[in-house]
Design a protein around this ligand. Structure first.
Ligand SMILES: Nc1ncnc2c1ncn2[C@@H]1O[C@H](COP(=O)(O)OP(=O)(O)OP(=O)(O)O)[C@@H](O)[C@H]1O
Length: 267
């Protein structure tokens, strides 16, 4: 690539370089580097214990890596606390449900908008007009996120009354309500049946179509291969491979890392 053509390329939305995180003697991330262009669905895969969740936790500021760099939209994130990283435009879901079961679906999703809200306790207690206008705005954002997740008709129901697959969608809607530029999905297909998984695949496509870049940690290979533009393969905290789904499926190192070849990639 010439200097001129590389200068014309847009800088990646996310650029991770040499990221290191250890726990005692375990190097969970041993110098991980990769880049994600804006608008991609980018998956991170790898066997159990490879470092995928640690990577997410580092990106969100829950862990403070000992070395490396995380540049998001050309700004360094390393060292920032989670709420400042979220305010920069990164939202995530978790492996385990983190819902308020007694609150309604829309109330759960409105929690995700709080970063966009101006909070003032006295004004809220007095129900000042601007507080009411703001609440109406947050409700509209929450409803828009629910519509994208095909949950608008469940808005008024207690979150705890929904089937598990829909509860996981509420979590995605809550993350979307923060209006992120990058959405991190941590094993969104875990516990879903085949129909729900196919619906999830469509939803991830719609999220990208709405201008949100997606970083996906997932063990469900048919989903990963069917929805992703590129993949990063981690193994023992290091990058084993990076590339398009077809290249990753053909990579013997990846096949070997997964139980000596017993990977079902069928979509
Ligand atoms: N908080 C922690 N304290 C100690 N060790 C940890 C901690 N978090 C992760 N580890 C270790 O770091 C390594 C990477 O773990 P991590 O959870 O990131 O893997 P993973 O790829 O997400 O695995 P899985 O697919 O099972 O979720 C593992 O050896 C794990 O035991």
């Amino acid at each position: 690539m010439t200097a001129l053509s590389s200068a014309l390329l847009p800088s990646p939305l996310l650029a991770v370089t040499g990221l290191e995180q250890s726990f005692g003697g375990v190097m969970a991330l041993a110098g991980v580097s990769f880049q994600v262009a804006e608008g991609l669905i980018y998956a991170v895969i790898g066997p159990n214990g490879a470092g995928k969740t640690t990577l997410f936790n580092a990106l969100c500021g829950f862990y403070q890596p000992s070395a490396g760099s995380i540049r998001f939209a050309d700004q360094e994130l390393l060292g920032l606390p989670p709420h400042r990283i979220a305010a920069r435009g990164i939202a995530r879901t978790f492996q385990n449900l983190q819902l308020f079961f007694n609150m309604t679906v829309v109330e759960n999703v409105m929690v995700g908008c709080h970063l966009r809200a101006r909070t003032h306790l006295l004004a809220a207690a007095l129900r000042l007009p601007w507080v009411q206008r703001q609440e109406q705005q947050l409700r509209e954002w929450a409803i828009a996120a629910l519509e994208l997740c095909e949950l608008a008709d469940r808005a008024g129901q207690p979150a705890g009354s929904l089937p598990y697959g829909l509860m996981k969608r509420v979590e995605i809607a809550r993350a979307l309500a923060a209006k992120p530029r990058l959405l991190l999905l941590d094993e969104p297909a875990a516990g879903l049946n085949d129909t729900e998984t196919m619906a999830l695949r469509d939803l991830i496509g719609r999220i990208r179509a709405n201008g949100v870049t997606v970083l996906l940690v997932e063990h469900h290979m048919p989903l990963v291969m069917g929805v992703s533009d590129r993949l990063l393969v981690l193994d023992y905290g290091s990058v084993l491979a990076e590339g398009a789904p077809a290249d990753i499926q053909a990579d013997p190192r990846v096949v070997a890392a997964y139980l000596g070849g017993a990977v079902n990639y069928a979509v």
